[in-house]
Design a protein around this ligand. Structure first.
Ligand code: ITT
Length: 215
């Protein structure tokens, strides 16, 4: 049984379309999210934490909204910004920008304790970013200056969708969906299948599902 690790039921609704046959179950595990400029190390760290917690195959989903005119903000801080500012204020800030282009990104991190053959998808074989963020004392840097690698490999699958920030529209989806427009519609105006067909998560899940079918 594969566990989709998230506190967000909206993500599971979307993931179920790709992993239909009852082979996936949600694990409501709030893994500590490290501070990092990119989603990959956050997903990799979360997948290791979740696998160590459970001892069974896990898939962690880390996503964010990257606004071009704000140099990619809120990006990896999207969750905190949604909770504190709220999406209406994110829209208000973006409304003053000349460039309202934005993108959603999603990185899925899979860990089952095993290793992975080389493929085009990235494999995170170490916790270098986390170790570097913790500094020389907290990170346990090796004498040669390199951060130690974590023995648990994590396979990463990435998805991206371009769009722009608009005033909130639509009742569906979750999170930033009402203010993210793609091809004339906000994600909150699309049903789950239509959003999946174009979304960051849909693209990452499609790659994962294809790979996982052979595993
Ligand atoms: P977990 O970490 O437990 O999975 P979360 O909702 O905090 O739940 P993220 O850190 O990946 O998940 O999400 C960052 C923020 O981006 C958060 O505010 C989400 O609501 C939002 N978000 C993620 N995917 C989204 C999507 O497809 N549409 C709209 N907002 C999304």
């Amino acid at each position: 049984m594969l566990r989709y690790v998230t506190t967000n039921p909206g993500k599971v609704r979307e993931a179920e379309r790709y992993l239909r046959d009852g082979s996936v179950e949600r694990l409501d595990f709030d893994y500590p999210e490290i501070q990092a400029a990119e989603l990959g190390p956050i997903a990799a760290r979360g997948a290791r934490e979740a696998y160590r917690h459970l001892g069974e195959p896990v898939l962690v989903d880390d996503a964010g909204l990257f606004v071009e005119g704000l140099d990619g903000f809120p990006g990896p801080y999207s969750s905190y910004v949604e909770e504190t500012l709220g999406i209406e204020r994110v829209h208000d800030i973006a409304a003053d920008l000349d460039d309202r282009r934005a993108a959603f990104r999603c990185v899925l991190g899979y860990c089952d304790g095993g290793g992975f053959a080389a493929t085009p998808d990235p494999v995170d074989r170490g916790d270098r970013d986390a170790a570097a963020a913790a500094g020389p004392s907290g990170g346990g840097t090796e004498p040669d200056g390199n951060a130690p690698t974590d023995p648990l490999p994590v396979k990463l699958f990435e998805g991206y969708v371009p769009g722009r920030i608009v005033a909130p529209r639509g009742e569906g989806g979750f999170g930033y969906d009402p203010i993210f427009e793609h091809d004339g519609e906000t994600f909150a105006e699309m049903d789950t299948d239509r959003k999946n067909a174009v979304s960051h998560r849909g693209r990452a899940l499609e790659k994962f599902a294809e790979w996982y079918a052979d595993r």
